[in-house]
Design a protein around this ligand. Structure first.
Ligand SMILES: [Mn+2]
Length: 686
């Protein structure tokens, strides 16, 4: 990438915050104004979403039965449980796929369901294949369950059907033009029924198991009516709820409409309704007041919320919440997540869904925030063998550690054709077993580092010598030295080294279809130059700056020429820094940092760690540190601002003597335990 020119003002954008929303958040939840402003600048501006954001809790997770097909999937699985039939599970080979497998396998084993598991191994292509289906068929399976894959495997699933197997697809990928002949559970398909699209595969698997377990409770397929008065409008409202999904709603209107809804219900729960109204709503259903329900289930359902406010559903005017939503959430929590078996299932398996979520780099907004946050909390406490071992190996339990340390290590075996090691690790049932496996994985990882180093030395030598000249507007490398699993990593390093977009293809002499990856520097939407030629590829998918594909040998040259031509007019957007707030002095962040900063976590895609801009600040002192005095530290009114490997630039900026401007994040200094600033960029004014 281009050399960073020291001291120049970068392009900085400041997110717009909403002052009214910020003060509502601050007064409703007792957080600082700065916390409210950061949340509002990220689009969290109503009280319900703010409450969910500040207190991520399982009770706000959506019912798995929103997913179209869930009922059918549950009854197919239950029928195999009853008949003693065998279920063949096929999962993708990455972390998301293998954590999905671990969740489902454990539930099947516990329920006594016979199953066999499979994932791509060795040199096998991604996705479901006829070989896999034949194996399942020979093993006597009559139900196929695909995890983290399957929604596009239409022909293969059709083949399974021809052998007499039914299929449940449990996936989170986009569908193609049509759907496979199967029960498909996938939040991304058209009319999926699900309120949140971006679940990871492991979370969809978790949903399937949650629904399966719920189907054994007495509340399954029963209708419950929730009636309450809305404090603000003064009107009655009601929801008929089945399996955590609202199937019918009423608001206002005459009492006999409520009677006819109540006639359908097994139980009626009510809050803030007069006794005259209750007696007018005639039904054979049981009637339970909301206060009774709370008394029976304890006070501690919503962490961080004021229970007295919920107790009678008499919401104070200052708290502009929707009573219906709160009542539904409360009901959902105690009926859906509270029952003992489900509670302990979620506690054990949320960390796997968290791993899948973080490793698959899905957004940490909405339900994924709950899964990441509750999953991390459960991971930190879990004595389940794989988690005990991971915690011991990596210490910290945060998103950063999971995405930069845990995920790359556990993805290594798959890249080397040893997916079985990661699968065995996730399925491991004793600490000794997991210990032994992680040791093997570490060894593989050392090998991997060595071979990547060798590839890179070789390839960089070739690039410097002017070989690989097939394309001129990006770097195209086809090499038999790079194996399938490493094309992405190598492309990434080449893009870094050359500052240009790069495509790396693994040349495998005995195959007709080669695999490859593309990577591009910041500001380049590389994928948009490839997409017009998608018909030349067998498969491809990914993001604007990182994608993978497979391509027939015979199409490669034509594809490279076409892409090269299209990239003649490459547009590179200047990367800009998006900051959350511009405090006049970093001192103003101190109390926010102590009190509220942690409430914004976990950070990751869709919920970045907050960035701040302070302009023209007076710097009190400067010093260097580190063995080679290569790191630097400015002091601003007693607060340290640190940058790595930029001591010289910092010195010359300081020596100019004027004000300094900085873009920075904040963190705790491990030694002083005080807030310090980590500099992203800095410059002098004027
Ligand atoms: Mn996935």
């Amino acid at each position: 990438m281009a050399e960073q020119s020291a001291g120049e003002r970068p392009s900085v954008q400041i997110r717009a915050d909403d002052a009214a929303a910020a003060s509502m958040i601050s007064s409703s939840f007792g957080v600082s104004e700065i916390c409210g402003r950061i949340m509002s600048s990220r689009g969290i501006s109503d009280v319900v979403r703010a409450g969910e954001y500040l207190f991520p809790r399982m009770s706000v997770m959506h019912s798995p039965f929103h997913l179209r097909g869930m009922d059918d999937a549950v009854s197919l699985i239950r029928s195999r449980m009853k008949s003693g039939g065998k279920i063949a599970i096929f999962s993708d080979s990455d972390i998301d796929g293998l954590t999905s497998l671990a969740i489902v396998r454990s539930v099947f084993d516990t329920a006594g369901i016979k199953s066999i598991s499979r994932f791509p191994v060795g040199e096998e292509n991604y996705g479901l294949t006829r070989t896999v289906i034949d194996e399942a068929h020979k093993a006597g399976a009559d139900l196929l369950l695909t995890l983290d894959c399957g929604v596009r495997d239409i022909d293969e699933i059709c083949y399974a059907k021809s052998l007499g197997m039914e299929t449940v697809v449990c996936d989170h990928h986009e569908q193609g033009d049509s759907l496979p002949d199967a029960v498909v559970i996938d939040p991304k398909i058209q009319d999926s029924g699900y309120p949140f699209r971006d679940l990871a595969g492991a979370s969809v698997a978790l949903k399937l198991c949650h629904a399966f377990l719920f189907s054994f409770l007495s509340g399954y397929n029963r209708d419950y009516l929730l009636i309450r008065r809305d404090e603000r409008s003064g009107e009655l409202g009601a929801d008929l709820v089945r399996n955590g999904v609202c199937v019918e709603s009423l608001s206002g209107g005459s009492l006999d409409r409520y009677s006819s809804l109540a006639a359908k219900a097994h139980t009626v729960f009510y809050g803030n309704v007069t006794s005259e109204e209750l007696s007018a709503i005639n039904s054979n259903a049981d009637f339970v007041s909301f206060e009774q329900m709370i008394a029976a289930n304890g006070d501690n359902v919503f962490p961080g919320m004021n229970m007295s406010l919920l107790r009678a559903l008499k919401i104070p005017d200052t708290f502009p919440a929707d009573t219906g939503a709160l009542m539904r959430e409360y009901f959902y929590e105690i009926s859906f997540n509270r029952p003992g078996k489900i509670r302990s299932f979620l506690k054990i398996w949320m960390p796997f869904a968290m791993l899948g979520t973080v490793a698959d780099i899905v957004t940490l907004q909405g339900e994924n925030r709950v899964i990441a946050s509750c999953g991390l909390a459960a991971y930190a406490e879990s004595d389940h063998p794989p988690f005990s071992v991971l915690r011991r190996e990596f210490g910290d339990t945060d998103v950063h550690t999971v995405s930069w340390k845990v995920a790359p290590l556990l993805n290594t075996p798959g890249r080397l054709g040893r997916t079985d090691l990661s699968a065995d690790f996730f399925l491991g049932s004793s600490v000794e077993e997991c210990d032994r496996i992680i040791g093997e994985i570490r060894k593989l990882n050392e090998e991997r580092k060595r071979s990547v180093k060798e590839y890179m030395e070789h390839i960089i030598g070739e690039i410097d010598a002017g070989r690989y000249s097939m394309a001129s507007n990006f770097v195209f490398v086809m090499s038999d030295k790079v194996t399938d699993g490493f094309t992405g990593l190598v492309a990434n390093r080449i893009a870094d080294y050359t500052g240009k977009p790069a495509i790396v293809v693994s040349e495998t002499p005995d195959r007709d279809v080669f695999k490859g990856s593309g990577r591009a520097p910041d500001g380049v939407d590389f994928l948009s130059y490839i997409e017009p030629f998608s018909d030349m590829f067998e498969r491809f998918g990914g993001h604007s700056r990182a994608f993978g594909f497979s391509i027939e040998r015979g199409n490669i040259e034509r594809a490279v020429r076409s892409i090269d031509e299209a990239m003649k007019h490459l547009i590179v957007r200047t990367p800009s820094l998006t900051v959350d707030l511009k405090p006049e002095s970093p001192v103003l962040l101190n109390s926010f940092f102590r009190k509220d900063y942690g409430k914004l976590e976990p950070f990751g895609p869709g919920n970045d760690c907050p960035l701040f801009l302070t302009e023209n600040a007076a710097c009190d002192s400067f010093q260097t540190f580190g063995k080679e005095a290569n790191h630097g530290k400015f002091m601003f009114s007693g607060i340290a601002a640190v940058a790595w490997n930029r001591a010289e630039e910092m010195r010359s900026a300081y020596d100019k003597g004027g004000g300094l401007s900085l873009v920075y994040r904040i963190e705790e200094d491990a030694y002083t335990k005080r807030m310090r600033m980590m500099i992203d960029d800095f410059w002098t004014e004027g």
